[in-house]
Ligand binder design. Sequence first.
Ligand code: HEM
Ligand code: HEM
Length: 211
Amino acid sequence: MQIAQQQRWDPLVRLTHWGVAAGVLANGVLTEEGSGAHQWVGYGVAALLALRWIWGLVGSPEARFSAFRPSLGRAAAHVRAIGRGEKTTHRSHNPLGALMVYALWATLTVVIGSGVAMTTLPNASTPPTAALSNGQLQAPAASEDDEVRQAGEDGEGEGDEVIEEVHEVAANLLFILAGLHLLGVAFEMRRSGRGILTAMLPGGRAPRCEK
Ligand code: HEM
Ligand code: HEM
């Protein structure tokens, strides 16, 4: 009898991963820019990230920051190993994946930080109470499409425009990184099998006994 253990990321990593991915997708394609729903989804993503980072300090060994420290040297060595056709195993993210994880987290932080700043700083273009209480942005005397922009132009200083620009550029960078992240996962699946993906999918962690 042999124990065939299907390795999975722990439930908190899986939950926060798919929650963040769904939130980013929702704010990229579903919610109206700057609407109450957009802000709530953004806050939800922020809460999941905070939870994941606490887990990075106190969570399971593979989920801890110490298990996937960012290192250009290790990433370069990993690329060379791929070039030599070597199959490597890692108890957490591989060194290239680790760089991508930190890049995604850093970009998400800028997107969320700029979003919150836009809606909370004095002279902000989007009053948070109006937006959140209605589930949609209510700009005075504006046609639907121009609501956000109009509200911005009325009372907005140059600083607000800069924050808006930061939010837009960082969000676009986030979408590019997420696309590269998917290519990375697909590449690793071709190289080493489906394990990298199944580890992030729902399913038990318990060892299965096979005859
Ligand atoms: C998952 C996180 C988020 C993503 C992916 C995201 C993405 C985006 C995108 C793509 C736009 C359109 C940018 C443009 O083309 O002008 C946008 C606009 C906006 N977002 Fe977010 N966002 C996120 C979180 C937030 C948060 C947390 C807030 C505020 C609490 C926020 C507030 C806004 C506002 C007010 C606008 C309208 C900006 C304008 O006046 O042009 N976002 N967001
Ligand atoms: C906007 C969408 C996405 C974002 C922002 C994102 C972000 C992330 C982050 C931050 C991690 C690190 C997880 C952690 O340690 O907590 C990760 C890992 C992972 N993601 Fe995503 N992800 C997205 C979409 C997807 C999709 C659609 C898939 C599957 C097709 C996927 C598959 C994976 C896998 C397999 C890992 C583990 C990689 C490894 O073992 O090193 N992700 N992702």
